[in-house]
Structure formats: C-alpha cells, structure tokens
Write a protein that binds this ligand. Sequence first.
Ligand code: AP5
Length: 210
Amino acid sequence: MESIVLFGPPGAGKGTQAQRIMDSTGLPQVSTGDMLRAAVAAGTTTGIEAKKFMDAGKLVPDEVIIALICDRIQDPDATNGVMFDGFPRTIPQAEALSKITEVSHVIAIDVPDERIVERICGRYTCGNCSSVYHDTFNPTTKDGFCDNCDSTEFKRRADDNADTVLSRLSAYHEQTSPLAKWYIERGIFHQIDGDRAIDEITTDILSALK
Ligand code: AP5
C-alpha cells in the first residue's frame, strides 16, 4: 500500500485540501489533530494526556502519536494506503511511519507565517461533517448552513487563538520543518504555494499526485 502525507504549518490548508482531494485519490483522510480532539472529547487517558500539550500549542509526545497511528492503520479502510494530515511532525514519527507503510508523495503546502494567524483565528468547522470554513476567506455559501450537509451547528477550536498559534508556529519551525530535508532526500517531496486561491492549490496538488 502507498500513502500520501500532507505537510505544512498550522493553518496552511492541509485539512481543507484533504477534504477536496479525497475523492480523486480514494484514500481516507487520517488527521492526528482530529483523532486527538476526539480522544479529548471522549475523556480517554490519551485525550487527558494530549490536552495539556494541545492547549499550550506544543507537540504531543511521539510515543502517543505513533501508538494512535499504528492502531488506525489496522482499520479496513486503510488497506490501500491513507492520506495523512498533520502526521508525521518529527523525524522519529517519520521513521516509525516508514516501517508501517510506503509513502509515495509528501505534499508540502507552503504559507508564510504572517498569513497563518489570520487564517487560524477566522476558522470554523461544521459540527456535523467537519467541513472547514473561514469567516472571510472561505465562508459558507448560504449564511448559517453547511455547504456539504446543511447542518446549522458550527464550532471553533480551543487552540485557535493568537497566543497558541505562535507556539504552534514555533513547534513547526523547530521540530517539523527539518522533516522537509528528510523527505527531499528521499525524492518524494512536492512543494506547493499555499498562499493562493483554494481551487488553484487543489489543481496543483492533483497534478503533483499524477
Ligand atoms: P492539527 O489539528 O493537526 O492542527 P495544525 O497542524 O495546527 O493544522 P490546522 O488543522 O490548524 O490547519 P490546516 O493546515 O489543516 O488548515 P485548514 O485547512 O484548517 O493539530 C492540533 C494539535 O494537535 C497540535 O498543535 C499538536 O498539539 C497536536 N498534534 C496533532 N498532530 C500531531 C503530531 N503528528 N505530533 C504531535 N502533536 C500533534 O485551514 C485553516 C483556515 O484557513 C480555515 O479557516 C480555511 O478555511 C482557511 N484556508 C484554507 N486554505 C486557504 C487559502 N488557500 N486561502 C485562504 N484561506 C484558506
């Protein structure tokens, strides 16, 4: 099986693009952020441990993340590979991943830091289907109704505030961006300019995946 990795800073548009390219790739989205938020909401031991790190904008320890991924990859829908969103984020996570699945493409969505805070602070998601929106850049077409499922329930993330975003950006630059070199050396790294219209980015990602 071959998997894809969506790589980039917080708020780069990984989740937005994952939802748009799922149909074309046929691969399920595996977001470690979504899995951790589900664990926090369920009050599991993993969730209680992870919440301290997430609230502070820090990375959750590698062993917690790797255990989550090793479990998820056993699910029947992962047989033909998956689309990782927000994983791996450290060299140890990438090394662990290389032992459990082949990665064919790493799609790096590149967005300058100065755009990140405005993107994250305006984000909201559908409470039913998790479609991602933005107050200014990507609002729902019909005011108050999700474009995808017509739900009227929306939520905002606890860690989507200006202070936590700065910590998340520091964690990205210190711990995650070194992974780019690791994947460039393996010849599977594709850099995409993420500071453009959402549709243009989707088109470029689909071309890179051909
Ligand atoms: P996670 O949930 O993965 O958050 P993140 O990486 O910080 O990424 P985001 O979900 O914030 O952004 P995104 O790139 O998906 O952007 P989106 O499409 O939503 O992780 C949360 C926390 O969990 C971490 O801080 C850490 O503590 C922990 N964690 C998770 N994985 C981990 C791991 N592997 N190891 C350790 N810890 C881990 O878009 C953002 C906004 O911009 C939206 O409003 C969207 O509508 C808008 N937008 C998107 N594209 C565009 C565009 N082209 N133009 C304008 N606006 C756009």
